[in-house]
Design a protein around this ligand. Structure first.
Ligand code: ATP
Length: 234
């Protein structure tokens, strides 16, 4: 479904991602782990077309997407739930969900999908008119995921969904991730909580200083000492 080939992304003189190749197959949950600053967020932002690579190519569903604009990426089925949630604090829950559907022009379908989100995330339904900034961290994370789902993505990019949340809420978020995947959404997941992410995913890639160091089935990497070393930052 997604093929990243020899991707490099720089911020000025900083090489954030170097010569990275990876793929995500339809139906998978794939985890990207690594220490702080390893280049995980940069990789996701290159896929959602919010950053421009200096080298390499991206293919999605067989199509070259290396140079398409970000809104086109959303239209063809790539949605991102960003690090730090980034919900619009001064807008209602409902407005945030509508925003997630900005590339769609089927009003009735959008309204139906919003109701579906309230069915899946009942706490958002109860708080539909509430300002997003007044939600708890866990509720804001659910809103960020629901907002991304509003574009009906084939591939969902999740950046640090567990960040700053209590363990019981983290478990709930991971249950949702598994459910979404079982219902057909392919997921590329970036996580600091490497153990949990590997438990939830089919395959894992390990990034160190912008470069790929290990990859394989999560069930194998989870017990690999070298991987532990890498995501703890050496
Ligand atoms: P974290 O979990 O801390 O977000 P990460 O693995 O997602 O880490 P990135 O955020 O992709 O890492 O950062 C990769 C490298 O690029 C780091 O060295 C970081 O300092 C640098 N970097 C990230 N964003 C910017 C930016 N906007 N301007 C300059 N350098 C940046």
């Amino acid at each position: 479904m997604l093929e990243i080939e020899r991707l490099s992304v720089n911020y000025g003189a900083i090489q954030a991602v170097r010569d990275l190749s990876l793929h995500v197959d339809e139906g998978e949950i794939v985890t990207l782990i690594g220490a702080n600053g390893a280049g995980k967020t940069t990789t996701l932002r290159a896929v959602s077309r919010m950053l421009r690579p200096v080298a390499g190519s991206l293919r999605f569903g067989g199509r070259d997407i290396t140079r398409i604009p970000a809104d086109e990426a959303v239209k063809i089925g790539i949605a991102q739930s960003p690090e730090g949630r980034q919900v619009l604090a001064r807008q209602s829950v409902q407005d945030n969900l509508e925003l997630g559907a900005y590339t769609r022009n089927d009003g009735a379908g959008v309204r139906q999908d919003i109701e579906r989100m309230y069915g899946r995330f009942p706490r958002l339904g109860e708080r539909r008119s509430q300002l997003a900034g007044t939600l708890s961290g866990g509720e804001q994370q659910m809103l960020a995921i629901a907002r991304a789902l509003m574009s009906r993505p084939k591939l969902l990019l999740l950046d640090e969904p567990s960040l700053g949340l209590a363990p019981i809420i983290v478990r709930e978020i991971f249950d949702i991730i598994r459910e979404l995947n079982e219902q057909g959404t392919t997921i590329l997941l970036v996580e600091q909580n490497a153990k949990l992410a590997m438990q939830a995913s089919h395959r894992t890639y390990v990034l160190e200083a912008g470069q790929l160091t290990f990859s394989g089935p999560s069930a194998e990497l989870i017990n690999d000492e070298r991987v532990l070393h890498a995501y703890l930052g050496g």
